[in-house]
Design a protein around this ligand. Structure first.
Ligand SMILES: [Zn+2]
Length: 472
């Protein structure tokens, strides 16, 4: 494939099954798309595009995709990049052990490892077709920003922020409210709109149990002033709702409380939102709050989120992988498949019978593209293939045992596609993976450095995993 940077001419990708995900849901059976710089200059039927543009392009920049699929890049709206080195440290343990004995000791000892952790995570994201992600809130945002810049990805980065909390490790007390706000303002100043505009900085609220009212409200006001988003874990477990009811004197959980204090706004991205009732769904819908549904993590630790009901209420629901210790697989492709199956099966738990029509393929594709873009407040530039939008896209090769015979090409993207079917990924007009090869960082080197850094970090954190079998 041609590289637009080298060729310095329009890049024309033609002979593609082009799924635009635009408002008219257009799909070109034999489509073509023109990239100039970092944007989509034109798209349409191959014959027309070649007629109008091929004289402007160098021969090596006219690329025949051989009927492969061309789609918008996927958006992963909830991922903890700094937890990637913790993959496998908390499998099959209860929630208390998960948090107090594994995750908090790990995160509190993390230093510059955040850079390597994000590189490793980013490699997995790119392989699964992700061009943009929303960091859920982690440690050392500057390390994340450096990694995102190098990988060539697009991201909304967020610091994990807590100004109160029980059970934190001794070396890791919550910061003061002012420090939480100040450090995020500094990160915003330093990194927002950097890396050719690929990096944005958001504000973070880890969860309501680690946030005073003062922090909640200041975060709301500063994010509004800076015109950026807020990423927060919301209504994850029944205990959280119960605690909010007890301590904040309210008749239901987190969402009801956030509504009461005026935190629900259209720039709030609420992760998980599993334990949310009918009235709270209406609060979200009315305020335009976005929801990141993370099916694997929900099944492992949280429960069944009312995704069908939220979509029916007009809420923008997108998909996330959550972090490696909650899921292990950072492939958004796996989440697409799981989201559909889990929400079909959930109906059996609700109504005594599964509902195979729940969350159909098109809904899932919307969740991972245009809804993802809306969730990260970037849909004016990404989330669909449209003239004038940024050239963030993926090439899928469906001609392998995983996907043939392709009777229903759209549904095959949700029910058959594997991460391995994704051949190439472009972000901001630049290929960042071509023919399965990550272009901007050395994948083998990152993998080996990450193995070492992860061992060192676990030793520093005093995390020792019990042996499950008879090791000889
Ligand atoms: Zn999370």
């Amino acid at each position: 494939m041609g590289n637009v940077k080298e060729a310095r001419s329009p890049l024309i990708l033609h002979n593609a099954f082009l799924v635009t995900m635009d408002p008219a849901a257009r799909v070109f059976r034999d489509g073509a798309l023109v990239v100039v710089g970092d944007r989509i200059q034109a798209l349409g039927p191959s014959a027309q595009i070649l007629r109008d543009f091929s004289h402007l392009a160098a021969a090596e920049s006219i690329v025949d995709l051989g009927s492969r699929f061309l789609l918008p890049g996927f958006v992963n709206t909830h991922v903890h990049t700094s937890q990637q080195l913790a993959r496998g440290i908390a499998d099959d343990v209860d929630l208390k052990t998960w948090l107090h004995e594994r995750i908090w000791p790990y995160e509190s000892r993390m230093t510059e490892d955040s850079y390597l952790s994000t590189l490793l995570c980013g490699i997995e994201l790119i392989h699964s077709g992700v061009t943009c992600f929303a960091e859920a809130g982690g440690q050392h945002v500057s390390g994340m920003a450096r990694a995102v810049k190098e990988l060539g990805l697009r991201a909304c980065l967020t610091q994990s922020t807590m100004d109160t909390g029980d059970g934190l490790p001794e070396n890791w007390s919550a910061s003061s409210t002012d420090d939480c706000i100040q450090s995020q303002k500094e990160l915003y100043k330093k990194h927002h709109n950097t890396a050719d505009g690929r990096i944005r900085v958001w504000f973070g609220l880890r969860q309501i149990m680690n946030a005073t009212d003062q922090l909640l409200l200041k975060t709301r006001d500063v994010a509004e002033e800076l015109k950026t988003g807020i990423h927060m874990h919301v209504a994850e477990i029944p205990y959280e709702n119960q605690l909010v009811m007890n301590t904040r004197k309210i008749n239901h959980g987190t969402v009801t409380y956030l509504e009461k204090i005026g935190l629900l706004r259209s720039n709030l991205l609420a992760a998980h939102s599993v334990w949310i009732n009918e009235e709270e769904i209406k609060f979200f819908s009315k305020a335009g709050v976005k929801v990141s549904h993370c099916p694997a993590a929900a099944m492992r630790m949280l429960g069944f989120a009312p995704v069908k009901e939220m979509l029916e209420a007009g809420i923008c629901v997108s998909l996330g992988t959550d972090g490696a210790p909650s899921n292990n697989r950072m492939s958004i492709v796996d989440e697409m498949y799981l989201a559909s199956l889990i929400n079909k099966g959930r109906e059996a738990y609700m109504n005594g019978q599964t509902n195979p029509t729940a969350l159909p393929a098109v809904a899932i594709l919307e969740m991972v593209t245009i809804n993802g873009a809306k969730s990260v407040l970037w849909d004016n530039e990404i989330g669909s293939l449209e003239v004038g939008k940024k050239a963030d896209m993926i090439v899928v090769n469906p001609f392998s045992w995983t996907m043939v015979p392709l009777h229903d090409r759209i549904s095959s993207l949700v029910y058959c596609m594997r991460t391995e079917n994704i051949d190439s990924v472009m972000c901001n007009g630049q290929w960042i993976m071509k023919d399965h090869k990550i272009l901007n960082v050395n994948e083998e080197e990152v993998t080996s450095l990450a193995m070492q850094a992860s061992d060192d970090l676990l030793r520093r954190a005093g995390i020792y995993l019990p042996k499950r079998m008879n090791y000889l």
